[in-house]
Structures are given as structure tokens and as C-alpha cells.
Design a protein around this ligand. Sequence first.
Ligand code: GLN
Length: 197
Amino acid sequence: MLIGVIAIQGDVSEHVESLERALAERGEEAEIVTIKHKGTVPECDALIFPGGESTTLGKLLIREGIGDEIQEMKNAGKPIMGTCAGMILISKSGDEQVAKTHQHLLGLMDTTVNRNAFGRQRDSFEMELDLPFLDSPYNAVFIRAPGIVDAGADVKVLARIDDMIVAAEQSNVLAFAFHPELTLDTRVHQYFLDKLF
Ligand code: GLN
């Protein structure tokens, strides 16, 4: 098994470490590859989009020609997980800020996203979240987090904060507004790996 982590920008090493921990905990082996250029995504069995800065990430993804490869991966039904900026990029459409800056989104999920749904960097917070695939709350770290404001009928909402969707799933694609790679709790990565093993 080969798991790719998009490594153009953002908290890449944290995702790699979380994956390694999660794999060790479940006693499975997989190779993890960080991706900066075209050509590797088609070899991957699963893919993670880390958090970071979605405008930069989006531009470089397209410039490197990785966007189309990811689209094919989605169509092939392979598991894809986006966290924070990753959630923004996998959405179909965005808020005014996204439109104004002509930000490129990959549209892997039928969602409309608000890029900075919870305010600015200083408004970052942690929160105990109930997720339907876990039997106890998950301490979720939100950093200049996005939120899904609208989702199509095929999108399964996994968690909300007030009216804002902060975790969602559509067939093989998972989106989280928070950073599961910044805590030692591997349960969100395990849920992703459940789709692979
Ligand atoms: N809101 C940020 C953006 O627009 C994402 C923040 C993050 O990934 N921590 O790119």
C-alpha cells in the first residue's frame, strides 16, 4: 500500500507522523510518500491533503499538474482526506473571498466552503467534538478554520458547530475543518485508514 501526502506546503510532516503512529497501532504496514510533483499520485492507494494556505496550495497543485491526477484518483474510488486548507481545496465552490481571488478548487465534494469561517488566526480554538464513528469525544484543533456552509444530498455530515459543517464525507472523500495531525489521538486517521484496509 502506498499513501501519499501532498507536500507542496503546510503541516506535512505532522500528517506523516500521525499516519505512522496510526499504522503501528493497527499493526499494518504501508509506505508513505510526500508529493511535490506530478507522477506520484497515480501510484497511490490513498491521499491526504494537509492544512496550510489554500490559495498557495491550490495554485501550486494546478501548476504542478497534480490537480487532474487527484481528480482521477477520486473517480477511481480511492480514499482521500482533506484537513483544514485541504477541506477548502476539495470543495466544489466557495465564498466571496474564494470567488474574488479566483481561487482554484478541485471540486471533489459537493460542498460550498467558507474559507475563514471562524475568524482570523487569533480566533483559533480547541473543542471536544462528537464524531459518529467514535465512541467518545475528539479534541479538535481549529486554526483559522474553514467551514462548509452548504452541502449536496450525497454529502454525509459528520459534525457541526452551530450551523457550520466541520466534518463531512462523500463516498471515498473525507473533509475535516480541524487538524487531526496536531494531536496524538489517531482516531481520525484510523477512520481514514479503515477505508484502505
Ligand atoms: N483558512 C485557511 C485558508 O484559507 C486554512 C487554514 C489552515 O489550513 N490552517 O487557506
